[in-house]
Design a protein around this ligand. Structure first.
Ligand SMILES: [Zn+2]
Length: 337
């Protein structure tokens, strides 16, 4: 595995599934933002944070997330979150990322402030760490249909300020099928946004079908429960719909009891386009390299398979064709060396 570890480190990577809010809540940054905003968190240093972050259920995970994410209140807070994510990504040799942000998670923060922070943080992540960033605005799927449409319109008005290239769908999945937000995705398509949706994480395969057929998404975030529907797996493989899979997140949130039970290798073997991603790294104490390591260790991936998955990250990105070709050329140079 040490050879595969060096290969994973050496390959320039694209990450397509990482959330600004949960993905930036490293305990030291959360504490800094809390102090700045006059708030108190249930932990005070790295050790007590470790105990606090040790969730044992999805409910507890969401509660930790809501508590820490409440420290994001101003443009400067969002700026610092993006810069911190950039720093972490540079260490893992991720040179391009498409980050989700979910305005519905922080309804008290004006969208203009969020976007201002994303824009300046993006510039600094590039200049300081060499990490290029685009953003995808996620609809909180638990909100009413009209709120989803309103978010798309609001984001459209500010999209150019912070390279917001897509619309997505996240938050608690079960009970909130993608069809609930089909009108928002229809509007997103009219406005020329890329489209993706969290589906088939802990929700059923029918939610993946809805995302594909009713929301016309180009990618599926997670999609790991697609394995329960052979016709869906065939469709995903035939249409080459990318799946942004987050294996460690899925195991820690009990979508699968352990990595050996995860569907990722079956999906790869069925010809689906699979990418590895880290979802909310501080919550799972992982980065994209750990995803490659854990899946490779469990399923004995070959170097060719590792390269195929890492290359799929670039191919599945929403980069413009010329940019994508440029990044892929750089990737292939390393992959072949
Ligand atoms: Zn996610």
């Amino acid at each position: 595995m040490s050879d595969l570890s060096s290969l994973v480190q050496a390959l320039p990577k694209a990450e397509l599934h990482l959330h600004v809010e949960g993905g930036s809540m490293y305990p030291d940054l959360a504490l800094e933002l809390a102090e700045r905003n006059g708030m108190t968190l249930p932990f005070h240093d790295a050790d007590s944070a470790k105990d606090y972050y040790a969730f044992t259920s999805l409910d507890q995970f969401i509660s930790i997330l809501r508590t820490t994410v409440a420290t994001l209140n101003t443009a400067v807070d969002y700026h610092d979150a993006i810069v911190r994510i950039g720093k972490q990504q540079a260490g893992a040799n991720v040179s391009y990322q498409e980050l989700f942000f979910t305005p519905g998670l922080r309804p008290s923060v004006p969208l203009e402030a969020i976007v201002e922070g994303l824009a300046s943080g993006r510039e600094e992540a590039r200049s300081q760490y060499g990490v290029e960033t685009r953003f995808i605005a996620d609809i909180d799927r638990t909100l009413p249909t009209a709120d989803g449409v309103a978010m798309v319109e609001a984001v459209h008005a500010v999209r150019d300020q912070a390279a917001i290239i897509g619309i997505g769908l996240d938050c608690q999945e079960n009970g909130f099928p993608p069809s609930r937000h089909a009108p928002a995705f229809e509007r997103a398509a009219e406005l020329g946004f890329h489209r993706t949706a969290h589906a088939g994480e802990d929700g059923p395969p029918s939610y993946v079908w809805e995302a594909l057929k009713l929301c016309q998404v180009e990618r599926i975030d997670h999609g790991v429960r697609s394995i329960e529907d052979p016709e869906l797996v065939r469709y995903l493989a035939q249409k080459q719909v990318p799946l942004t899979v987050c294996p460690i997140s899925n195991v820690l949130l009990c979508v699968f009891p352990d990595m050996a039970s995860h569907s990722v290798k079956q999906l790869m073997d069925a010809g689906c386009v699979v990418t590895f991603n880290s979802d909310d790294p501080p919550m799972f104490d992982c980065d994209i390299r750990d995803e490659f390591r854990d899946v490779s260790d469990t399923f004995q991936l070959t170097a060719e398979e590792v390269i195929r998955v890492a290359r799929a990250g670039w191919e599945s990105s929403f980069l413009e064709p010329e940019e994508k070709a440029r990044y892929l050329t750089a990737f292939d140079l390393v992959a072949k060396s």
